[in-house]
Design a protein around this ligand. Structure first.
Ligand SMILES: [Zn+2]
Length: 137
């Protein structure tokens, strides 16, 4: 009967690179598993289970995707919830509800490609600063 011993009992010495790879793989797997469990049922569950935000993205695109995925996007629906914005309407086109989904159809952002959600997000934020929501005290 062959017994598999843990790495540290193995008689064959490991190189530093191989040991680092084994430890990193174990940590990545454990982290992914715990993130999936902790995010279950939450709006950002999709980040841990289906579509992780890739690490090689530019910061602006990564931030936009993170905000839109988690719902903490600082668009009118999000800003209206604590009373920071007067209503949920889009200040760019007048649509009744400005959230991440609306950015794909907003007529105020037609000069940006529909598949470039990061550019649309940042342009919407820029225009929102220029046209602040009215009626907030
Ligand atoms: Zn709009």
């Amino acid at each position: 009967m062959r017994v598999t011993l843990p790495i540290f009992f193995n008689k064959v010495p490991l190189t530093f690179k191989r040991a680092k790879s084994i430890i990193s793989t174990h940590i990545d797997q454990y982290t992914a598993m715990t993130q999936r469990m902790k995010s279950f049922g939450k709006p950002w569950e999709i980040m841990a289970t289906v579509i992780p935000i890739l690490g090689h993205l530019e910061r602006a695109e990564a931030v936009a995707r993170f905000r839109l995925t988690t719902g903490h996007d600082f668009l009118e629906v999000y800003l209206h919830w604590p009373g920071t914005a007067a209503n949920e309407a889009c200040p760019l086109c007048g649509h009744v509800r400005m959230d991440g989904d609306h950015l794909l159809q907003c007529t105020g952002l037609v000069e940006y490609p529909a598949d470039d959600i990061a550019s649309r997000y940042w342009e919407a934020r820029r225009q929102m600063v220029k046209k602040p929501s009215k009626g907030v005290g």
